[in-house]
Structure formats: structure tokens, C-alpha cells
Write a protein that binds this ligand. Structure first.
Ligand code: ADP
Ligand code: MG
Length: 233
């Protein structure tokens, strides 16, 4: 099953250290067809009260063994499954990042936002990485950009959102990269797929993902057993 965490030892995807230094520059395969008209194991080891920038920097300075990172994927425009699978593929293609598990897919009624918005598909990816948190964010943003181009002249709303939910051992209040993600602990559409891949993950200051999921309202979040993402071979 694609949503079972594996226990194989982490092997960095990057043989080339220069490539690993700039994961955002790694090519992201374009979606086969952009839809027309569309655009942890988190064991806190860093003082949350310390300067957020230095909290991130200290990881960049000391990163020498793989860490677990959880990422949330969301799409509500275009071919949502193609976009989510494209994001999984692009993440797996990232030098220094290895996808270890992919959650089930959930369909989520949109809350707020413009009238007539389509439902979201949401999933969570669990990865091991030797990249520092900021490089993971750069790559996540590059993946979003690659899949958010439309064939229209005007840029539409984003088709794909890739957020970092948590990065092992890092707590950061930096608005450019807040870790853990400030709203993850209260969102059923994040907690449900996260629980699939890492129920024991601790969100510092909030608790275990499985416990948090049990406590939130799951109304509007539907498991879609007919939809399945896979880790590329
Ligand atoms: P949202 O995900 O909240 O809908 P965006 O994807 O447009 O909105 O992200 C807005 C900004 O959030 C990004 O520019 C990014 O720098 C910042 N950000 C802060 N923390 C995180 C995080 N944990 N994961 C992803 N983006 C983050
Ligand atoms: Mg985002």
C-alpha cells in the first residue's frame, strides 16, 4: 500500500552535491496537460522562544543526517489528481529528498473563499531529507509554480498548494517559514491524511496528530478510496 511508511534506510537521491545545494533549480516535469481555463516525527530540539531566524539557521549549519519532513498538498482547480501526483513525483525528484509515504486522498468542501469554489483534494507526503527547511520550502514553491501555469493569458488562482507541515526538530515563528505550520493542528483536511502516514507525529505545543484528529470536526472532509497517489518507482 502506498500509504504505509517504509523502513528502508534513507538514501539521498543526490549524487551531485552541487545539485543538492539548489533543489529548487532541479527541473520540475510539466503536467502532462494543464487543465484548460485553470490556471512527524517531530521531536522539537530547538527552543521555540529563540530567534526564529537563528532556529532555521542552526539547522542549516548542522544538517548532516536526514530529517523527517511532512508536506501538505492541496488542489481545487483543474485535474486535481494529476496535479497532486505531479507534486509527489516532483518532490521525489528533488535531490536530497526522498518520499517515504503518501497518504490517502481526501476531498474537502471549500470553507469560505469565493462562491462556487470547487472542493479540494488534499493529501500529505512524508519524506526524509538532508535539505535544510528553507531549501525544502524553495522546492515546494518551485513545484507550485511549475504546476500553476495556465494556458490563459491571465494568471488564474493557484492550482496547487504545497505547505510544509513540520520539519523534524524545528520550531520557527518566521512568517516566511513557520514551523510547524500554524494551522495544521486544527485542520481536519491536514490531520486526516497526516494521520495516515505518521499518526505518532508530535506537533510541538499541540500534541499527537492522531489525538488532534480525534478532537477536530471532520465535517466536510471525505476519504476518497477510489483515488490513490503513488510513490514513483
Ligand atoms: P497558504 O498556503 O496559507 O494558502 P501560500 O501558499 O500563498 O498561502 O503561502 C503564503 C506564504 O506562507 C508563503 O510565501 C510562505 O513563505 C509562507 N509560509 C510560512 N510558513 C509556511 C509553511 N510552513 N509552509 C509553506 N509556506 C509557509
Ligand atoms: Mg501554501
Amino acid at each position: 500500500m502506498s500509504n504505509e511508511p517504509t523502513t528502508t534506510p534513507f538514501a539521498p537521491a543526490a549524487a551531485d552535491p552541487a545539485a543538492a545545494a539548489d533543489p529548487a533549480a532541479a527541473p520540475v516535469a510539466a503536467p502532462a496537460e494543464a487543465a484548460p481555463g485553470t490556471a512527524a516525527t517531530l521531536r522539537a530540539g530547538i527552543d521555540p522562544m529563540s530567534d526564529p531566524a537563528s532556529a532555521l539557521d542552526s539547522v542549516e549549519a548542522t544538517l548532516n543526517s536526514p530529517r523527517t519532513v511532512a508536506l501538505a498538498l492541496g488542489s481545487n482547480i483543474g485535474n486535481r489528481m494529476e496535479l497532486l501526483q505531479g507534486a509527489v513525483d516532483a518532490l521525489e525528484d528533488t535531490p536530497g529528498l526522498r518520499v517515504r509515504a503518501v497518504s490517502a486522498v481526501y476531498e474537502t468542501d471549500p470553507v469560505g473563499g469565493p462562491e462556487g469554489q470547487r472542493a479540494y483534494l488534499n493529501a500529505v507526503v512524508l519524506a526524509r531529507t538532508t535539505l535544510p527547511p528553507r531549501s525544502v520550502l524553495e522546492r515546494a514553491n518551485a513545484v507550485e509554480d511549475a504546476f500553476s501555469r495556465t494556458r490563459e493569458v491571465r494568471w488564474g488562482p493557484r492550482t496547487l498548494d504545497v505547505d510544509i507541515l513540520a520539519y523534524e526538530g524545528v520550531v520557527s515563528a518566521d512568517p516566511r517559514l513557520t514551523l510547524p505550520h500554524p494551522r495544521a493542528h486544527e485542520r481536519a483536511f491536514v490531520l486526516a491524511p497526516w494521520c495516515d502516514v505518521d499518526p505518532e507525529a508530535e506537533i510541538p505545543g499541540h500534541g499527537r496528530v492522531a489525538d488532534l484528529l480525534a478532537a477536530v470536526d471532520r465535517t466536510g472532509v471525505h476519504h476518497r478510496p477510489d483515488l490513490e497517489l503513488h510513490i514513483p518507482e
